[in-house]
Design a protein around this ligand. Structure first.
Ligand SMILES: [Zn+2]
Length: 65
């Protein structure tokens, strides 16, 4: 559930100016709390936005001894 919601939030990012959903990622910076700060730029109007993305750890059920 949480993973689906996270995916949906990332896909729901839209440019505040022109409303498109296509961005170039220009910079990625890991934060101390485990999140990623990404600078993105709209492909069409070049508007720059910053997103904070939570990186989820891989499911432990796939871990093999
Ligand atoms: Zn735009």
């Amino acid at each position: 559930m949480n993973q689906m919601r996270n995916k949906r939030d990332q896909a729901g990012i839209a440019c505040p100016k022109c409303g498109c959903r296509h961005f170039y990622t220009t910079h990625t910076e890991p934060l101390r709390d485990g999140r990623l700060r990404r600078r993105k730029m709209c492909r069409y109007c070049r508007r720059r936005i910053v997103t904070y993305e939570v990186v989820l750890p891989p499911p432990s059920s796939q871990r093999s001894p």
